[in-house]
Design a protein around this ligand. Structure first.
Ligand code: HEC
Length: 180
């Protein structure tokens, strides 16, 4: 069991190195439990963390409107390339968060997942590169899209993903995407 958890933990660390629940500021009504990495992996990231102070501070800044044509194009491309794994509601595969040796299931890309907790650059990288992990037959759990999507198509898919996120997640993701 320990090795299973450690295995899953290492997979999750590969997938989610940009964020950690322990970075989220504490908040009296929704305490954040600071745990060791192994315990943390047991908790699927399906709850909405409290917004960071930076996100709260910027909540008065209007979000840039999304280009409706890009959203529509991204929706088409999603239906063509992504829906089989990530689902019609972007809900991910059933039991995606349940650790299974040798399997990495597609996570949600809507508010229930944490794609919104990755910057634009990280999302581009994730989509262009696909998954690092491979199944026992040697196929990546997510194929690389570097040779399947033109750069404007990649941007359209990402804009489509953004169109499904709530304001809090849009603000958070905008903050993460600012140049530092
Ligand atoms: C064959 C199934 C499959 C297809 C098709 C697929 N994905 Fe994935 N996707 C996955 C899996 C599995 C992961 C988790 C990979 C990992 O953790 O290493 C993933 C992860 C991601 C992530 C990272 C999410 C996060 O929260 O870290 C993004 C973004 C993503 N996919 C977008 C897309 C987009 C956009 C498309 C279509 C252009 C697509 N995927 C097509 C299976 C797929």
């Amino acid at each position: 069991m320990t090795s299973l958890v450690v295995f899953w933990g290492s997979l999750m660390l590969v997938a989610c190195n940009a964020s950690s629940p322990t970075n989220v500021p504490n908040n009296a009504s929704r305490p954040v439990i600071v745990t060791a990495p192994i315990q943390r992996q047991a908790v699927p990231i399906v709850t909405v963390p409290p917004p960071s102070q930076a996100a709260q501070a910027s909540a008065n800044v209007p979000l840039p409107a999304l280009d409706a044509r890009q959203v529509a194009r991204g929706n088409q491309l999603y239906a063509q390339h992504c829906v089989t794994c990530h689902g019609a509601q972007l809900q991910g595969q059933p039991n995606w968060a349940t650790p299974t040796v040798g399997v990495v299931l597609a996570p949600p890309l809507n508010d229930a997942g944490h794609a919104w907790d990755h910057s634009d650059a990280e999302l581009r990288r994730a989509i262009l590169r696909g998954s690092v992990g491979k199944d026992p037959a040697g196929n990546p759990f997510m194929p690389a899209f570097a040779d399947k999507l033109q750069s404007d198509e990649l941007e359209a898919v990402i804009v489509f993903l953004k169109s499904t996120w709530n304001t809090q997640h849009r603000v958070r993701q905008l903050m993460l995407s600012q140049p530092r």
